[in-house]
Write a protein that binds this ligand. Structure first.
Ligand code: BV8
Ligand code: ZN
Length: 253
């Protein structure tokens, strides 16, 4: 693990990142809302990170859903509607190319619930915070995938009539065990760990960076600005991931 070095130029940072990534046989990637920003989806903490004046941490919680399910569904139905209008950007496509290059040595762990990595063509995607495309019954736990089709303002279960909730992980909820365990083992066994478009403030997701570092992986970050991860990475590629990732993958050849 090298102390993080502030490269004089993005050229130097890119060259360093290529040196670390090119020989890697096992690569794990952690993505956040930033990779979808250039597809037109708002990030959580950009522009003040407020939605209708609410902090996401106050809407994406079980208590908020108990208190005001209409408000929470308005938040999620709006995000589902946005999804219908967006598509993967070159940053997503660069990660598909990386998976094609590495095959089984590639694991993509995403905090995003927008499904854009799968829409781009990635296969080994671990959605540690669930997905906007699925809903779950609060009573019979039945899970159904509705893609991005519009849902009722307050959708109810076709099987038992109880209220449905988005099949996402809210704050103060545990992550899906199997998916989380696979994410940790991918971070612990990779030669190179990429962290893309995340403020790295939400745990346990952000802890994957430290799992990778402690197991001796080189860590490359791609972000528009410095993040809470930046002091813990070997190389920081500053800029929009729709530009930096394709540039990085192109130089691997
Ligand atoms: C858990 C799904 C334990 C829903 C999300 C008190 C009580 C309980 C828990 C806690 C507590 N205090 C803290 C915690 C832990 C808590 C947490 O970390 N809170 C934070 C706010 C401090 N975590 C949890 O609660 C987790 N669960 O701990 O459970 C437990 C265990 C057992 C039993 C019971 C409980 C659950 C966390 C998951 C929450 N769900 N999403 C939904 O989407 O609606 S989190 C949500 O925010 C996202 O999924 C994402 O993971 C997260 C962070 O957002 P980012 O993706 O990083 O986006 P952000 O806007 O922050 O940053 C964007 C970045 O992109 C920026 O850096 C920007 O510079 C960059 N960028 C912008 N444009 C570009 C770009 N980069 C490149 N190119 C560009 N073009
Ligand atoms: Zn039901």
């Amino acid at each position: 693990m090298h102390p993080p070095i502030d490269y004089e130029s993005s050229e130097e940072a890119l060259d360093r990142a290529v040196q670390l990534l090119r020989p890697a046989k096992a690569v794990a990637v952690l993505t956040g809302a930033g990779i979808s920003a250039e597809s037109g989806l708002a990030t959580f903490r950009g522009a003040g990170g407020l939605w209708e004046g609410h902090r996401v941490e106050d809407v994406a919680t079980p208590r908020a859903f108990l208190r005001d399910p209409e408000l929470v569904w308005r938040f999620y139905n709006l995000r589902r509607a946005n999804l219908a209008a967006v598509k993967p950007n070159p940053g997503h496509l660069a990660l598909v190319e990386l998976e094609n290059r590495l095959g089984a040595g590639f694991t993509l762990v995403t905090q995003n619930v927008d499904g854009l990595h799968q829409a781009a063509g990635n296969k080994n995607v671990l959605e540690i915070h669930g997905t906007l495309r699925r809903v779950r019954c609060v009573c019979c736990e039945r899970v159904t995938d509705h893609g991005v089709e519009p849902l009722a303002d307050l959708p109810h279960c076709a099987a038992c009539g109880a209220l449905l909730r988005p099949d996402v992980v809210w704050f103060e909820e545990p992550l899906p065990t199997d998916i989380w365990d696979r994410s940790v083992s991918a971070a612990a066994s990779c030669d190179c760990f990429l962290v893309v478009g995340t403020s790295a403030v939400v745990y346990p997701a952000a802890g994957l960076i430290d799992v990778a570092r402690m197991d001796g992986a080189d860590v490359i970050e791609a972000n528009l600005d410095r993040s809470a991860a930046s002091s813990r990475v070997d190389v920081l590629l500053l800029g929009p991931s729709g530009t930096t990732l394709p540039e990085l993958i192109k130089r691997l050849h």
